[in-house]
Design a binder for this molecule. Sequence first.
Ligand code: SDX
Length: 420
Amino acid sequence: MSDQKLHVTDGRTGKTYDLPITDGSIKAMDLRQMQTDPEDFGLLAHDPAFTNTTSCRSAITYIDGDRGILEYRGYSIADLAEKASFLEVQWLLLNGELPDAAQLASWKSDLASRAHLPAGLLDVLQGLPKDAHPMSVLMVLMAALGGYSADSRNVRDAKVRAEHIRRILAQMPLLAAAAWRHRRGHAQIAPKPGVGYVENFLRMIYGRDDVNPVLIRAMDVLLTLHADHEQNCSTAAMRGVGSSECDPYSCSGAAIAALSGPLHGGANEEVLRMLAEIGSVEHIPSFLAKVKDKKAKLMGFGHRVYKSYDPRAKIIARIAKEVFEVTGKNPLLEIAVELERIALSEPYFIERNLYPNVDFYSGLIYQSMGFDPSYFTVLFAVGRAPGWLSQWDELIRDPEQKIARPRQIYTGHRARPFPR
Ligand code: SDX
């Protein structure tokens, strides 16, 4: 029977240490005992970008990057996309189980009764330029929303967390729609009582009641596909900021900021720019040559965890076909499909495990649904909100957690005499 210990020898002192291994990991703090002398601070682990460091124990989302597996609370993303609604997935992420009929009805009612924005919030919006990036607008509105919820700072009170999780999820589509209508100079529209969560969102976007049910279902599935993804950059921001026990609106604002980056949720916007820049199938080889020369990135490709096809990308490709039957095929689709075909056959991309990720095809659908590229990441944020909030709630309840405060390797000057 192998022992669950890592036996190490510190070559600097010849001392040996037995570090317990639990859940496939060692405690980084167990390294600190390895000192060269009693004054020595002890050994640290250096891991920029946390490429091989766990930050928490979580029971929410499981990913196997080699096998392309993604599960929310143990249910496969394929089953959830096909058989569950986004509101059921919100409940599942937050509560650990799929809701029964009564729980789902109560959840819908909880969100509908909170689906209204404080009047002053739209005045904040009016103060922003119409061409402000929609993710900047969303960030401002989310932080401002916190200003109307002073009690939300009592994060150790489970009832307070439950209330503000409901408010943020109820109001996220309203913030997103308000940003969309502000950008277009259109009058704001309130959600309609009795209309579903996703349908109301699209009603407020399109400004009409007769939204095509194919588009409603497609958006519902897209929101589910984006709902959580374990410790991605924006969730790490949610947890890092949340570890100081600030309110969930401030944490969500930080998560929105992280998501807006082009390497993360902002990639869906960059994919459309890339496809438009390529312009035609004939130009794909010269573009890929630029990528191999490191003069461009293949946006929508690659992933820190998936070293095989992102399971969400497969589902999105199916949704694209259903949406294009309603909206007409996106002219950039041909370039995207050919780009994927060539990239998946070339050693440069195969050697680096570069496959399409969730952002590669989603933007084509969003554009065909009438959204402009700068708004795509707002749609990602509406989907990811239940993931951020379930991870935040888990953080606050986790006895192992305390304020996040990494160490550093200091490379600067020391103890310099002041020059005058
Ligand atoms: C999301 O983490 C999550 O879960 C995120 C997400 C979620 O749901 O929350 O899944 C959502 O953010 C998806 C990713 C969206 N981003 C993009 O599509 C942007 C393009 N992708 C890359 O920037 C990159 O693939 C990352 C940022 C996604 C991952 O980068 P890593 O893990 O840091 O990988 P790396 O930069 O170390 O790359 C390893 C090699 C390098 O080449 P070499 O130095 O070995 O020669 O692969 C190359 C990189 O240059 N590479 C790419 C590439 N991605 C990696 N080369 C060209 N195009 C790319 N897209």
